[in-house]
Write a protein that binds this ligand. Sequence first.
Ligand SMILES: [Zn+2]
Length: 250
Amino acid sequence: MMAGTIGSSMGVLIFLLDTVFSLSIKPVAKGLLQLVNTIAGGTISIVGNMLVLIARVMGLLNEGRLLRVEEKNILQEVFQASLDPKKITIAYFPFWHKYFFTLHNTIYSPHKDQSIPPHLLVHESVHVWQYHHEGTKYLAEALLAQIQYGIKNIPGNAYDWTAELSRGKTDWGNFNKEAAAKLIEEIWKEGEACILSNEAEPVEVENGCGVFFRMSAEDYNRKPRFISKRNHQDYTDLAIESMLMLRSKK
Ligand SMILES: [Zn+2]
């Protein structure tokens, strides 16, 4: 509830700040927005921690589990040294049976057996990465995006990274926090490895399950490719830049 109230106020604030943006005093508005996000993110973080603590004391929430070897391997391939999979835990969240969500280093699963499909593990781990490298303001920024663009499964929602491109954000680092996580998830799911002969045309294409992240620059016969199922356009360059940006943080 508290997060919802903060979220609504933030929604009004972002509307006001958007208006300020249109008045061409961008640096001031940007600074203000950063400050608001930092305060709101910190508040959500504290309230979230308190709720988790209360639920644990009441025996409603368990400590969760560490990642399994195969899950750690997936994250190692995607994030390399920019995220330590040993810090992540998965816990069953008994109050909400629809969505996965992440608070700090814990990914909450709606499943009693604390399971998580690999592509969602990648998505939620991007939020852990955001927490580690950008602080708790990622919480406010993710929530704001959900309020501003919606979470309904329609084009232009908070998760639609192609909509971020249309809004003029060409850099993965500037995408809203949900769109940023969704792009990495979709590269993991849909990215391809093209095995090349001497001709330009690939002789074989491997796809899915993180193959895009398993190629190295020395792999001259295999080239990464990412054609999005959203609009069948080739976003290989964006995918490579985003992957490198993700991995560049230590
Ligand atoms: Zn997310």
